[in-house]
Ligand binder design. Sequence first.
Ligand SMILES: [Zn+2]
Length: 479
Amino acid sequence: MDETRYEAVIGLEVHAELKTASKIFCSCRTDFGAPPNTQCCPVCMGLPGALPTLNRRAMELAILAGLALDGEIAEKMRFDRKQYAYPDLPKAYQISQDKYPLCRNGRLRIRTEEGEREIRILRLHVEEDAGKLIHTEAGTLVDHNRSGIGLIEIVSAPELHTPEEVSAYLRALRGVLQAVGASDCRMQEGSMRCDVNLSLRKRGEDTLGVRTEIKNLNSFSFAEKAVRYEIERQTALLLAGERIESETRRYNEATGRTDLMRRKESSEDYRFLPEVNLPVLHLLPEELDRLRKTLPELPQEREARMSKTYGISPNDAAFLAADPELSAYFEAAAKQTSYPVRLCNLLLCELLRHCPSDPFSSPVRAERFAELTELLGEGSINGTTAKTLLARMLHEDLSPRLCAEEEGLLQIRDPKALTEMAEAVLRENARAVRDYRSGKTAALRALQGRLMAKSGGRADPVLGERLLLSLLSASPSEE
Ligand SMILES: [Zn+2]
């Protein structure tokens, strides 16, 4: 099969819940996890005669998101009714922005192994969320706590091509929305969800193939897996000479495949109408300026600053900067150690595997983690001991320095003591020594392992290797 003949063309529609205390058109609360139907009223349940009132803070947050994505903010905004009938939408229309969205022409920079790219954002608009259907054996129930929570929908241009780019885009977007406080983007709680539009085209050609839509992906890893699967599925169909059908699909977490939800016979007609119960909004330039001045440091700026201040690689800085909690933790620890690069490596390669990520939180206090890095950086402990100590620090709030001192875990760096150990290792492993001297240099590895074992894992590995090499190159006749 020649999979490389095709290239995927992918556009994303991301919905993020606005981080307001109350809903967008009524004063009901937005707390996650409240008992079903305890946070709703006639307005958000769409009862006849109930009138919406716009939440000012929701619009401010959406504008901040648009500014942070470098978009053009509309001076005039209007809400429209998007009409469709579904059990989670009692009004039978959703209040959204069709013709006059809040923002157009933004951009988002992403970074993958392949390098940096800028993805265009076609539009960002405000709308209300629908309720949630809960399917039980007795029947389907509706929870209206989510009905009427403010959302922003962010539509990218179809400029992504790989699963890695999809995941990088989502992470970068989450970073921006979190930085300005527009949304907490907790994917597990459904406050950020993503629809994927994907088609294939022959490499080097402009004509797009028939596209499919994958609905409601709620984690970065599912999005990446769904895209990978869908590219394989469409590629196999095309190579077999079959047609791609225009359809909506759903990712199945259990099988790792996308399943058909429904065929798209024709494009959906939502019969948009202006929402007459809400006024047309005019955004004053001074109001926009006021909001612009409140923009905090954005991930891209944070990344540049962190890379410069701490000397960490641009890729690592980008990874840290995209997550406000993670970068705050790194910076709190980095201020307390002279080895920020080691700190970054230890954080990304070791600690992160043991931390919840959505949002990030660490079981190890920043100052303790800095102390561990300091021990490693100054050579008091080696990498193996650092891992051992870290494993314990995940469960108890201990000082790694005190612990290493009391339990004799400090690295052996005394040349005399190490030379004695190295000599013993050579005596006890005559065969490996002969192998090494006859040109099988790989035998050095075995001797290093023996030295490490003999020292109880505490030998300074660099000094140990140097001593072994110098003993091995000394006159063999002494044996
Ligand atoms: Zn309400």
